[in-house]
Design a protein around this ligand. Structure first.
Ligand code: CU1
Ligand code: CU1
Ligand code: CU1
Ligand code: CU1
Length: 630
């Protein structure tokens, strides 16, 4: 009886202490920003300011964020990375997955309850390229009271990591997704950032314990993080408390968070270096002027100036802390054997337009004409039929409360940080890398696998090693539509995504999951239908005529290398042609057309087929009436 009364009392307490946070933000370009101190450019800010504010709430609080699209030429969206969005899948953010893109001048209210989550998170635009251009910020969920933390600390510090390009995504993306970049080489940043700047200073006091929230808000590169003569004790990753692990080197991929305790020295006679280094293995080429390291100062004594940069040996770098061995403080056990296994193969390859795409099982994610969540809500009983979500969205329907395994086999030689929306997963197996040239890719074998941990590590973003595999396990206990994708923005733009439609009837039957009037209005303004199947057909739901599909494949035998050879032989040919042309005063044919002709590609078709959707420009995908926004 006493338990019941105190439980009621506690619930009552939680209700009275829960707060509603109302924020009004207009996103738009902020001119003349110079994050790396090398070159000014414009960045995407909120209410005329960049960087974006750190948003802070407590567990159980309610968020009301009004996002107004202040751009005049592009759509936008907002995702709270790591939020489960229980009963509010519509507020998750990825455009054409859970919502219609927000067109210029419109305001979308993101309102949701921060359920049972605490820790370090972030928020970012889920519209191609925008968070790389600056639309990203920190989101922190505190415990209701200080006593609720499973660790002690004196002061909290937030540290964000990033890479920085001098060019805007609008200029980068067409160079990347181009038939002139047939190997899909990711574009290389000019710098890496530490708290959105370089050469930062962290003023500390002696004999204190700091709680440091490290968040990689980058679009591409992992960072190594270390401190001269100071250890880091990991206490939380991606919002999951973990048993303490002390290390001197962390490896953090884009979108991951590490919350660590750092205890300062008891004297102030030296300042120390706080280093980070991008992972050079992720670069296709290494420009001579690219600085791999960033040097910052742990400042005990201002009179002593900045700390000296210093490097680690390759052996030291290779001994970074492996997050596979983290144990959740909750001691959540390995879930039961999977009821359903989704096995996907990662591959990069060219399609008939000569562009290099990313594939899960030969499908490059191609945006549907109706956001998938809105298809669920309007498809009635057909919502449990994967067909309605289209043949090119890589959609998987999950049964309520099933245990689901995602087996990811990597045929590619790159590392990929994969992220699941709406959940944390258990990482139950991850094979070592098979580096390029060291052998064939290894695939997961269910009848001959490693021993799985009793308490697997849990988080929402995890890296997959080159030509290797991993197995993730989660419970389908959160009805909604959840994107699973590589968080490297280049690869998402290449289509490296699948989506889970979790418990469709559970979505349909929940009052809080119904489309809001505000959302409907946004769809109408942007010209995207809010009902119907992936092709926008709301009468015949199994008729997908007119759906967006990927570009058709190259004839077999074409390889990226072959395309490079072709392109360059064409270019060389044109140089010769040009000379003749100038000499003969003839017209010089357009290089692109010639290359396309040699590749047997129809350029007109490439421009108005689904290929445009795959490119995920910030235009109004799925809409033919608003193409001018692109
Ligand atoms: Cu996310
Ligand atoms: Cu994210
Ligand atoms: Cu990737
Ligand atoms: Cu995402």
């Amino acid at each position: 009886m006493r338990t019941t009364i105190s439980l009621i009392f506690l619930t009552f307490l939680a209700l009275v202490t829960a707060e509603t946070h109302t924020w009004h933000y207009t996103c738009n370009w902020v001119d003349g920003v110079n994050p790396d101190g090398v070159q000014e450019r414009r960045m995407i800010g909120f209410n005329g300011t960049w960087p974006l504010p750190t948003l802070r709430v407590k567990k159980g609080d309610r968020v009301n964020l009004y996002l107004t699209n202040g751009f005049d030429d592009r759509n936008t969206s907002l995702h709270f990375h790591g939020m489960f969005q229980k009963g509010s899948s519509q507020m998750d953010g990825p455009e054409m997955v859970t919502q219609c893109p927000i067109p210029p001048g419109e305001t979308m209210l993101y309102n949701f309850t921060v359920d049972d989550q605490v820790g370090s998170y972030w928020y970012h635009s889920h519209t191609s390229g925008q968070y790389g251009d600056g639309m990203r910020g920190v989101f922190i969920i505190d415990e209701p009271s200080e006593d609720d933390y499973p660790y002690d600390y004196d002061e909290e510090v937030v540290l964000t990591l990033n890479e920085h390009y001098h060019e805007e995504s609008d200029d980068l993306m067409p160079k990347f997704l181009s038939r002139f970049n047939p190997t899909g080489a990711e574009l290389i940043p000019q710098n890496i950032l530490f708290n959105e700047t370089r050469n930062a200073t962290w003023k500390v006091e002696p004999n204190k314990t700091y709680l440091l929230r490290i968040i990689n808000m980058g679009r591409f590169l992992s960072h190594y993080v270390w401190m001269e003569d100071h250890d880091m004790t990991i206490v939380e990753v991606d919002g999951i408390y973990v048993e303490k692990n002390t290390t001197d080197l962390i490896y953090i991929t884009v979108a991951q968070r590490y919350t660590v305790l750092v205890t300062t020295k008891n004297s102030t006679d030296k300042n120390y270096a706080f280093m980070h280094r991008l992972d050079p293995d992720m670069l296709d080429t290494q420009p001579a002027d690219l600085q791999l390291n960033g040097t910052n100062t742990i400042m005990y004594n201002e009179d002593l100036g900045e700390a000296e940069s210093y490097d680690l040996t390759q052996d030291e770098i290779d001994s970074y802390f492996d997050d596979f061995y983290l144990v959740p403080l909750s001691k959540e056990k390995l879930y039961d054997d999977a009821d359903y296994t989704v096995t996907v193969q990662v591959q990069m390859d060219n399609l008939g337009d000569g562009i290099n795409y990313a594939f899960f099982n030969n499908i490059t994610y191609t945006k549907p004409r109706v956001p998938t969540l809105l298809t669920v809500l309007s498809a009635g009983d057909d919502a449990s039929n994967e067909l309605v979500y289209g043949s090119n969205t890589n959609s998987f329907v999950l049964q309520k409360d099933d245990v689901v395994d995602i087996v990811v086999n990597n045929l590619d030689t790159g590392k990929h940080p994969f992220h699941l929306h709406g959940h944390v997963f258990q990482l139950i197996e991850r094979h070592e890398a098979i580096e390029d040239g060291e052998g064939d890719p290894v695939a997961y074998n269910s009848s001959d696998h490693a021993d799985w941990p009793e308490y697997p590590m849990m988080r929402d973003t995890v890296y997959l090693r080159p030509q290797s595999y991993m197995v993730l396990r989660f419970k389908a206990d959160n009805p909604g539509v959840w994107f699973f994708h590589c968080h490297i923005e280049w690869h998402l733009d290449q289509g490296l995504a699948i989506q889970f439609i979790e418990d469709p009837s559970g979505i349909q039957n929940n009052e809080t999951q119904q489309i809001t009037d505000n959302h409907k209005e946004i769809c109408e303004k942007v010209g995207v239908p809010w009902k119907g199947n992936a092709a926008g057909n709301d009468v015949h739901l199994l008729d997908l005529t007119g759906e967006n599909v990927q570009y058709k494949r190259l004839p077999t035998g074409f390889t990226a290398r072959g395309i490079v050879a072709l392109v360059f032989s064409c270019v060389a040919g044109f140089a010769g042609l040009a000379a003749i042309a100038v000499y003969g005063m003839q017209d010089i044919p357009d290089v692109e057309e010639r290359v396309a002709r040699d590749l047997d590609v129809d350029l007109d078709e490439a421009d108005d087929s689904g290929a445009e959707i795959v490119r995920q420009t910030s235009s109004t995908e799925g809409s033919s009436t608003h193409k001018h926004l692109g």
